[in-house]
Design a protein around this ligand. Structure first.
Ligand SMILES: [Fe+2]
Ligand SMILES: [Fe+2]
Length: 297
């Protein structure tokens, strides 16, 4: 099962965006907005992960994997809360209304990908084990991307001059994505997911994520006079990737290709030592650890 030598821990981080500018990567409004899409997508998406995994937990017979799934759920819930905490004190304060996008996103997770998208009837109930496996497979494919993106954000030096609060949020999150990179894949395999399902869900996850990033980006850019008329998401990604302000398209393409290898396992992705080193030094994670530590007399 998972290879990391420690239990996954929920770090109860908090962020104060009071001084964070809208264009938190200086002079890079497009890069700022593209990374800000995470605040729109992840609260709904990661709480959905938690609901699906809580449903899958009774199926896990392996003690270690069970602990990993529980740790994963706690970490993802904290990720969702942290990104959600950026909506009002940061985006709304800067005049960006996220609801044209987030209202539609709630339909995706609460209506289409919920436990009973066909209604709570006999057909729906009989399909539950199958439907749970499909959603776990989809999450495993998405988690491959979160590990790859997380590894980039903790490794790149091109953002070192950006707003330290926002950067710490993204790097803390990215580091935990690398830390729990094996859990989603191991759970998928444990409950009967096949290689064919893995391929199928990557073919769904990749265009779905591009669509979500593109739509969320447009929602924000339209409301910012500086970025009102800009090229599409893929063109921007290509150009920002060349300047290391996003992961390079070619690198992400190669990561997608690795997911199709029969030998694929997420333990080969990302750099766990870099991730753990960041978590040991993240300002927000250190504050959370200090608040958690018992006060000595
Ligand atoms: Fe996450
Ligand atoms: Fe994750």
């Amino acid at each position: 099962m998972s290879e990391h030598p420690h239990r996954l821990e929920q770090r109860k981080v908090r962020f104060d965006f009071e001084g964070t500018p809208l264009h938190w990567v200086p002079n890079e409004p497009e890069a700022s907005h593209i990374m800000n899409t995470l605040h729109l997508i992840l609260p709904a998406g990661e709480f959905w992960f938690c609901r699906v995994y809580n449903k899958a937990l009774p199926l896990v017979r392996d003690v270690r994997l069970r602990e990993d799934v529980q740790g994963f759920v706690k970490q993802e819930a904290q990720h969702a809360r942290a990104h959600d905490s950026a909506l009002t004190p940061y985006l709304v304060r800067h005049g960006i209304d996220p609801t044209p996008f987030t209202d539609k996103l709630h339909w995706l997770f609460d209506q289409l990908l919920c436990d009973h998208p066909l209604g709570d009837n006999a057909v729906s109930r009989s399909l539950q084990p199958w439907w749970l496996r499909q959603r776990v497979g989809l999450i495993a494919a998405v988690e491959h991307f979160t590990c790859v993106l997380g590894d980039w954000i903790i490794s790149t030096r091109s953002l070192d001059h950006a707003d330290p609060v926002m950067l710490d949020l993204l790097r803390w999150h990215g580091a935990e994505e690398v830390e729990h990179r094996c859990v989603a894949h191991d759970l998928h395999v444990h409950i009967g997911g096949s290689m064919l399902m893995r391929w199928l869900y990557m073919l769904i996850a990749a265009p779905l994520l591009i669509f979500l990033f593109s739509s969320a980006m447009k929602t924000m850019m339209r409301q910012d006079p500086v970025t009102r008329y800009r090229p599409g998401f893929l063109r921007l990604w290509y150009h920002l990737g060349k300047r290391d302000l996003m992961p390079r398209m070619g690198d992400v393409g190669r990561a997608v290709a690795r997911y199709f290898l029969p030998s694929y396992h997420p333990r080969g992705e990302g750099d766990i030592q870099v991730a753990l080193a960041y978590l040991a030094n993240s300002p927000a994670a250190r504050r959370a650890a200090a608040e958690k530590a018992p006060i000595s007399a």
